[in-house]
Each structure stands twice: as C-alpha cells, then as structure tokens.
Design a protein around this ligand. Structure first.
Ligand code: C2E
Ligand code: CA
Ligand code: CA
Ligand code: CA
Length: 287
C-alpha cells in the first residue's frame, strides 16, 4: 500500500489503514532526521495590503531528506504528532524561529519586522515543559516576547482547561497567539471568548474565488459574507486579522475593501529560505 513515488512516498490511499510497521519506521526516520539536522525552516512574508510592506513572517518546516529531497509538512507532521516527535521537533521550530527573527531584528532594526510566527501543535501544549521552553527560547535568543506570535489551529485549542491555562501563561509573558485556519473549526465564537488570542487568520478556503462576483454565485457570495463577518467580529473583540492564501491582486483588493489590512499568500510572497528572506528585508530597508 505504500507508494513509492518521489512526491508522495509516505502518502496512502484515502481511508486505507496505515500499517503499524510503516508508522514505527517513519517515527524512527523522523527521530534520526531531527538528530541529523535535516529539518529546515522556510519563511513566508505577512504583508500590509495597503503599501506592500513586510510586517511579519511565518516559519514553515521542511524535511530535507538526503535521498528523497524536500518533504512537505503534510507528509510528516501527522506522523510526528502521532509518535510524539512533534514535541522535540516543535521545540526546535520555536527556537530556530526566535533565533532567526532576533538576527533579522539585530541586522535590520525594530521596524523591519514586527513579528515572527512558528506553528504550534496541540500536542506541544500538553508537554509539561512547553511554557519553560517558550521562556527559554526568548531568553536565549534575545527575541522580545512581543515579537513572537504562536499560530494554533482552532480545533487544537478546543480541548479544555489545561491547554487554556498554558496559553494564558504564555500570553502573560507577552507572547501573542494567532488562531490559524479561522472559520474552519468548531465553535469559533465561544472559543474566542475564552482564548487569549490577539490575531485571527482567515482560512484560505474563504479567500479562494472571493474576487468572483458572478450574479447567482452563491459560493462566492458566502465567502465574502464570511470574510466580512470575521473582520467585524475581530474588530469588535479587538483582534487583528490576517487573510491567508492570497493568490492574485483581485483577491488582495477585495480583502482590503472588506477590511483586511494584512495578507499572506503566493501572490504576496512564497515561502523562501532564510537567505532569500534576508534579501527581501534588505531590499525593503533600502526603500
Ligand atoms: P498553515 O499553517 O495553514 O500554513 C500555510 C500553508 O499554506 C503553507 O503550506 C504555505 O506554504 C501554504 N500557502 C501559503 N500561501 C499560499 C497560497 O497563496 N496558495 C496556496 N495554495 N498555498 C499557500 P505548508 O508549508 O505546506 O504547510 C502546511 C501546513 O503544515 C501548515 O498550514 C501547518 O498546519 C503545518 N505546518 C507547517 N510547518 C509546521 C510546523 O513547524 N509545525 C507544525 N506543528 N505544523 C506545521
Ligand atoms: Ca500557520
Ligand atoms: Ca493557516
Ligand atoms: Ca492549515
């Protein structure tokens, strides 16, 4: 059942049970990869839709496998979550994001980059060392807490008291929290009241085709309505917004008119290496 194609070497047909042995093997591979330093971060800009300036950066993990090449997160994050390896991997992602962001701030000054965001899995929030890890990552790299934004998916944070307690502790440090993929999870409204979020990221599924204005296109109309409702909700609760997955200028224009001032997506900038992101910041500082 295991496919051997380069791009999908660990993907399985939908619904198929994944053999326990393959699981265990992938878990072992991931452990070895972490020890061997095979993970890399790529960086995607968050851009002010009004003037095109980079205001933040999201760090996205890649596995640069010696034989298989670059493996995307969809092919190993689920296994890392199941095996628990997401805890040490996520710790590395957090630390490396803080280190790189602190280096960019030192090189380009405090106005060059307002914030840097790693993704955090719910499994990490259940790790008893999580709060201490965040504190240590900031202390050791010198990144000010208010420059760090942790991205969490809605569903991930719905799981009760302990997680909320952890999130409040991180929030009390001055670190901000973003609700990722907003609009796709359950009970967004009740969650927003309990959760110390500062930012909501409108999911790409509401951005796709949002520029289409065909009369009678109920789907496009519904996406516009959701996008508008999310920005109004965020305004009412004092939250910032980011619209993700922007692939053309028409979408950027439409979202700006709906009230979004910050966007992310291939049209605004693809995820790139640290070196290429450094060049992007350098070009911006010269202007
Ligand atoms: P996400 O957090 O929602 O990240 C956005 C994903 O959308 C990224 O995919 C990014 O490359 C992609 N993207 C950005 N703009 C566009 C666009 O305009 N069009 C399209 N089609 N795609 C766009 P990527 O890097 O493959 O990551 C996929 C998911 O894997 C992430 O979704 C996140 O949930 C997870 N992930 C990535 N890095 C990490 C990590 O370090 N830790 C954890 N726990 N999860 C991660
Ligand atoms: Ca994210
Ligand atoms: Ca997202
Ligand atoms: Ca996502």
């Amino acid at each position: 059942a295991k496919q051997r194609g380069k791009a999908n070497w660990i993907r399985y047909a939908p619904g198929m049970e994944k053999p326990a042995q393959a699981h265990a093997q992938l878990g072992g591979d991931l452990r070895r990869a972490l020890d061997a330093g095979e993970f890399r971060l790529v960086y995607q800009p968050l851009v002010d839709l009004r003037d095109g300036r980079v205001v933040g950066v999201e760090a996205l993990v890649r596995w640069v496998h010696p034989e298989r090449g670059t493996v995307p997160p969809i092919d190993f994050i689920p296994a890392a979550e199941r095996t628990g390896l997401i805890v040490p991997l996520g710790r590395w992602v957090l630390r490396e994001t803080c280190r790189q962001a602190a280096a960019w701030l030192a090189e380009f000054g405090p106005d060059a980059l307002r914030k840097a965001s790693p993704n955090v899995s719910v499994r990490q929030l259940h790790d008893p060392d999580f709060v201490a890890d965040v504190r240590a990552a900031l202390a050791d790299t010198g990144l000010p807490a208010n420059r760090l934004v942790l991205e969490l998916t809605e569903s991930a944070v719905l799981r009760g008291h302990q997680v909320l307690k952890v999130l409040h502790e991180v929030h009390d440090m001055g670190v901000r929290l973003a609700l990722d993929d907003f609009g796709t999870g359950e009970s967004s409204l009740s969650l927003l009241r309990a959760f110390p979020a500062a930012i909501v990221k409108l999911d790409k599924s509401f951005v796709d085709n949002i520029e289409v204005d065909e009369p009678g296109s109920a789907a496009a109309g519904a996406r516009q309505a959701v996008a508008r409702a999310v920005v109004q909700l965020a305004d009412a609760l004092g939250l910032d917004t980011v619209a993700e997955g922007i692939e053309n200028q028409e979408q950027a224009d439409r979202l700006l008119r709906l009230g979004y001032t910050v966007g992310q997506g291939y049209h605004l900038g693809r995820p790139v290496s640290a070196e290429d992101f450094t060049a992007l910041l350098a070009a911006q500082v010269r202007h």
